[in-house]
Design a protein. Structure first.
Length: 59
């Protein structure tokens, strides 16, 4: 993927196919997850909940 966007300095993590970046909103931080043709936009509270969900997945 490695696409260029205006928020390059706020990239949290990036692979060849995916990118997670954050932006400052009026009263919160928003997290943006780009998965190919799908984009998720999460509040900081939703982001924390998603991290808990991922950590609970048994591999």
């Amino acid at each position: 993927m490695s696409k260029e966007h205006d928020h390059e300095d706020d990239v949290v993590s990036e692979t060849d196919n995916f990118v997670i970046w954050r932006s400052q909103e009026e009263d919160d931080v928003a997290y943006h997850i780009e998965l190919g043709g799908v984009s998720l936009h999460l509040t900081s509270e939703e982001w924390e909940e998603l991290l808990v969900l991922f950590k609970s997945v048994a591999v």
